[in-house]
Design a protein around this ligand. Structure first.
Ligand SMILES: Nc1ncnc2c1ncn2[C@@H]1O[C@H](COP(=O)(O)OP(=O)(O)O)[C@@H](O)[C@H]1O
Ligand SMILES: [Mg+2]
Length: 383
């Protein structure tokens, strides 16, 4: 296994697996600091490729592409959590890779994730595994009347999951997913959802970004409010749990942890082994962004203390908004509180993440009002 001998400094070449918006923002942060970036992505063009030095257009499991990436780069990371762990292991023989394949592999499977939480005393909701229709009655009866069924792999943005109020409903959902292995979870009547982005360096030192309060619409993140409107006790618990997760994984890199808040308690929902949509606020509202930190962590540089510089509300811009009748970038471009991050995707589609905008200003309540007023101009898009 190849490890870093010394920190990588500006001028070095960094590799990233995946060419979407997370790769784009990684590349923008890295190139600003003076690194060169090579993107490996099967698509011929895309958000990351258009802002990077090199684009290797190969499948994630193509050894020829992985070999080229290893030859070009001084270290490699990933923006896409479903890169085969085998590909990361292959790369690791030739070039330092972070996060470690084992950590990425845990985050790729909802059941491996839950098992990891249980084994490491990380609080999570009640769950069980089902792999056949015959197990559904028993699984549903173990929950408290309302449950969520989720495919164990490849689900994202609420896809591959369904809330169920009966065993029959769950069986239908299970079959509609192709009878693949699924996780069944208790439905959590949470007060709100939060997430924590944490950076852990090669020496095991961690820095936690401010806790984000997240609101979803149709299973997709809609807005993040930072600071989150939770007590200092809840914040401290969220940060403690984030450190516990990162330390238990012996993680190197940037890790996102999604959590449910119930009273003063926290249940961990899921983790992502990379920067996260709910951390996009950091680009305009903390002194080092989650992407800056991803660069630093893979380069073997120390994690830095992070300070929030302004209250912020992040609004995700999906294809639904772009395609709506009255949408124009102009109003957003003219608003002094708005910072636009457009991903350069070829075509807008409903549910597709096209951009995000960070509203910043001195008054957190006013920002939320401003975001809600903005959304109210597009009836049907946000309701
Ligand atoms: N067990 C649950 N109880 C209540 N809401 C849930 C539960 N699981 C998921 N959700 C809701 O669905 C959203 C998406 O689910 P999540 O497990 O995070 O999958 P994804 O990988 O699609 O983000 C969550 O952010 C939350 O709003
Ligand atoms: Mg999620």
């Amino acid at each position: 296994m190849k490890a870093l001998q010394q920190p990588l400094l500006p001028g070095a070449t960094l590799g990233v697996l995946g060419g979407g918006q997370l790769g784009r923002m990684f590349s923008q942060a890295a190139t600003r600091m003076g690194y060169r970036v090579a993107v490996l992505d099967p698509a011929e063009s895309g958000p990351a490729a258009e802002v990077s030095t090199h684009h290797l257009c190969y499948a994630y499991d193509d050894e020829a592409g992985l070999t080229k990436l290893a030859e070009l780069c001084d270290a490699v990371t990933t923006e896409f959590e479903n890169v085969p762990a085998q590909s990361l292991r292959f790369l690791q023989q030739h070039v330092p890779v972070s996060p470690a394949p084992d950590a990425v592999e845990i985050a790729q499977s909802r059941i491996r994730e839950k098992t990891f939480f249980v084994q490491n005393n990380i609080p999570t909701n009640h769950h069980c595994l089902v792999s056949s229709s015959a197990q559904i009655d028993d699984a549903f009866s173990q929950m408290s009347g309302k449950a969520v069924i989720k495919t164990t792999t490849l689900g994202y943005d609420g896809k591959g999951q369904q809330v169920c109020n009966s065993a029959d409903e769950m069986r239908t959902a299970f079959e509609s997913f192709g009878s693949v292995e699924c996780l069944v979870e208790d439905f959590v009547h949470f007060d709100l959802e939060v997430s924590v982005i944490i950076a852990r360096d090669t020496n095991g030192q961690t820095q936690v970004f401010p806790v984000a309060e997240n609101q979803h619409r149709n299973g997709i993140l809609d807005i993040s409010i930072v600071p989150a409107r939770v007590s200092s006790t809840v914040c401290a618990t969220a940060e403690k749990i984030a450190r516990q997760v990162a330390d238990s994984l012996d993680y190197v890199g940037v890790l996102a942890i999604e959590m449910f808040v119930v009273g003063d308690d926290i249940l961990v929902n899921e983790i992502a082994p990379r920067p996260h949509n709910s951390g996009h606020y950091t680009i305009d509202a903390t002194d080092h962004s989650q992407f800056d930190m991803q660069v630093r962590m893979m380069c073997g540089l120390p994690s830095l203390p992070v300070q929030q510089t302004t209250p912020v509300v992040m609004l995700n811009v999906l294809g639904d908004l772009i395609l709506s009748d009255h949408f124009s970038w102009q109003a957003l471009m003219e608003n002094p509180q708005v910072h636009i991050h457009e991903y350069g995707k070829a075509a807008a589609r409903a549910g597709r993440k096209m951009a995000h905008v960070n509203f910043t200003g001195s008054d957190a309540d006013q920002l939320l009002t401003a975001v809600n007023q903005y959304k109210a101009q597009f009836p049907g898009v946000f309701s």
